[in-house]
Design a protein around this ligand. Structure first.
Ligand SMILES: Cc1cc2nc3c(=O)[nH]c(=O)nc-3n(C[C@H](O)[C@H](O)[C@H](O)COP(=O)(O)OP(=O)(O)OC[C@H]3O[C@@H](n4cnc5c(N)ncnc54)[C@H](O)[C@@H]3O)c2cc1C
Length: 597
């Protein structure tokens, strides 16, 4: 069969690339990259999650890693394609320790973007298909241990007679996805969850909540949602799914268990994790500790004079139980982002008189527009019909370096502005202060940079636009017995005040559980160093501290939306498995700490 020009171009590049790698000729490798180039590595070369930007960075990384990585067997997977002057293809390759998947984009100068990702560790592959367990030993045996007996024994012994290799604190969607990956890799792990049931972190939220992201984006690893599952999962349904998942994936998941403290014994290379398991004090001694306590971090509650004297109900959005019981009552919701909007709508639906206090501008994206423009190509019914599996979509997403994303997001944001001009106009007329991101790149960049500052509109914006949700502006200066007083002296009477004031950085959890010194040592989590509001520079190129080694030995952070939990749990699990197996994992480019919170 004749190969296409795209295939020929990729084949020629790959041949030169592999020859240069094999010869350890780093200058020759660099010459195959465009001047403006990016090599994003997920654990394959760097034992880190790292983007090398520019030829010099590519050279530095190879000089440090090539010797022990010994990449080989590069091949094109599937068909190469070409559009708008960019030729791209999927790749497979191997390193000394792993089998990997890659993706390359070439422009007229050479390689523009390269993704390399470890997919499995050689000799430690997950059992699947032909290597699955038989599940039964045929024959007749005295004192045969049934599956149920074995499982009960494992559950009784782990954490008492035997120690887990990993403890994951937090059994939300993040802890659960990681737990499943570790289980499949044979890494003994206990997931600690303070709630009574898996899925409670969703169930405990206000009653009307549904996921903001569509189903195609939300699958957990290994078990996708069935194809009748609603596009937007109601929160109790997702709670039940998570609980079932924990059961069928046979996770060692301790409910009603709170981690009270943890400390690291560097000499022993071991954590001491104190937990309260439904009243019983247990000390665990894992080698690795993962904080999956929620990427949103610790709730922010501003210190406002008079707060203790308020006669009504007052709480952070994370504690809002729902609008039941507030019919005819006055509610003030401080904050105008996702939670603020959802809670205002919930209270309005329950007949409350609601005022939203907007302190600064907020970006609004209509959910359906977002689904169509931002996610549709990769995560939609159409994408499924086009043969884009979830794994493929995740890797395509991962193949776009964060530095390149704003240029891709900007036109989408411009289109969104046009498409929803009517809503934006009406919101502004109602006094709502809108923004589209520091560089007009919209919601996704705000999510990555600061994890806040936006609302995915699933209905509340209409209520704001038509005045059903009232608006007030400015800082809350004080709270008195019956309401909140704003900076300009406006008094807002209230029976309920909700602080939808967001969350701190995830290292706040480390401060609470391990100590402020460790929190400061690892520094701020999340954000790219874009030098935009709440994401101070310098540029980091990857999300700070997420799913990769931190400045504290054996401490990891895991979290994010369902897509990120699914995708990045794979790379975090591989890093933990490699350590469990004693595979050398020299980390290239451990991130420096520039900010403590
Ligand atoms: C209105 C709204 C809509 C959203 N829509 C979506 C969406 O569509 N898709 C999406 O992916 N995300 C959505 N999110 C964000 C969602 O909240 C997070 O993605 C998700 O909760 C993150 O999961 P997680 O496991 O990292 O953290 P969490 O769900 O917060 O889980 C952390 C767990 O840690 C436990 N924990 C904390 N401290 C301890 C301790 N000391 N000991 C034991 N356990 C502890 C907590 O009980 C909790 O269960 C939405 C959020 C809101 C508010």
């Amino acid at each position: 069969m004749n190969s296409t020009p795209a295939e020929q171009k990729i084949t020629a590049w790959l041949k030169a690339f592999t020859a240069a790698l094999e010869a350890h000729d780093i200058a020759a490798v660099q010459a195959l990259f465009a001047e403006d180039c990016y090599w994003r590595d997920l654990v394959a070369f760097t034992w880190n999650i790292k983007t090398m930007q520019g030829r010099e960075a590519v050279g530095d990384m190879l000089a440090a890693t090539l010797e022990q990585t010994t990449p080989a067997n590069w091949a094109i997977e599937g068909e190469a394609s070409e559009s708008n002057g960019v030729t791209e293809a999927w790749l497979t390759f191997e390193t000394a320790a792993a089998r990997g998947k890659g993706h390359v984009r070439l422009n007229d100068q050479g390689c523009w973007t390269l993704l390399t990702s470890a997919q499995e560790l050689k000799g430690h592959e997950e059992k699947r298909g032909p290597t699955r367990e038989v599940g039964v030993t045929h024959g007749a045996f005295k004192e045969r241990e049934t599956w149920k007996e074995r499982r009960d024994r494992e559950l009784a012994e782990l954490g008492y007679k035997t120690q887990p290799y990993v403890v994951v604190i937090g059994g939300g969607q993040g802890g659960i996805a990681l737990g499943a990956r570790l289980r499949r890799l044979g890494v003994p792990a206990i997931i600690i969850e303070k709630n009574p049931r898996a899925g409670d972190s969703w169930r405990n939220r206000y009653s009307s909540l549904c996921l903001h992201d569509p189903v195609w984006y939300d699958h957990l690893p290994y078990i996708p949602f069935p194809d009748h599952w609603p596009v937007f999962s109601p929160k109790d349904k997702i709670g039940d799914w998570l609980e079932s998942y924990v059961k069928v994936m046979e996770l060692d998941y301790w409910t009603k268990t709170t981690c009270t403290s943890a400390s690291y014994d560097a000499a022993k290379g071991e954590w001491r994790v104190e937990v309260d398991r439904d009243g019983e004090r247990v000390t665990l001694a894992p080698k690795e500790l993962v904080l999956a306590t929620g990427m949103s971090g610790v709730p922010n509650i501003p210190e406002i004079p008079g707060i203790d004297g308020f006669k009504g109900d007052i709480w952070h959005s994370s504690k809002h139980p729902g609008g039941e019981g507030y019919a005819g009552k006055k509610a003030v919701v401080i904050g105008s982002n996702n939670s603020g909007h959802d809670i205002c709508a919930d209270l309005w639906e329950h007949g409350a008189d609601v005022t939203m206090v907007q302190r600064s501008t907020t970006h609004v994206s209509k959910s359906e527009t977002l689904m169509d423009l931002a996610l549709g190509a990769l995560y939609s019914e159409q994408a499924v019909a086009n043969g884009i599996t979830t794994d493929k979509a995740d890797l395509i997403f991962a193949s776009i370096p964060y530095a390149v994303l704003p240029a891709i997001q900007k036109p989408l944001c411009d289109e969104m502005k046009k498409r929803d001009a009517d809503l934006y106009g009406r919101l502004e007329k109602a006094g709502f202060q809108l923004d589209f991101g520091a560089d007009e790149t919209g919601l996704f960049m705000k999510y990555l940079r600061r994890g806040s500052g936006y609302y995915i509109d699933v209905g509340a914006s209409e209520l704001v636009a038509d005045g059903s949700i009232k608006l007030a502006h400015g800082q809350v200066e004080s709270i008195d017995a019956d309401g909140a007083v704003l900076q300009d002296g406006t008094k807002l009477d209230a029976d309920l005040i909700v602080f939808a004031t967001g969350y701190g950085s995830m290292n706040g959890w480390a401060a609470q559980l391990i100590g402020q010194d460790v929190a400061d040592k690892v520094g701020k989590c999340w954000g790219l160093g874009s030098d935009t509001p709440k994401d101070p520079g310098p540029w980091e190129g990857e999300l700070r501290n997420m799913w990769k080694p931190t400045q504290q030995d054996a401490l990891w952070f895991h979290g994010g939306n369902l897509h990120q939990s699914r995708h990045y749990s794979q790379f975090l699990a591989l890093q933990l498995k490699a350590r469990q197996e004693g595979i050398p994992t020299p980390v290239y480019g451990l991130q420096e700490v520039h900010h403590t919170a």
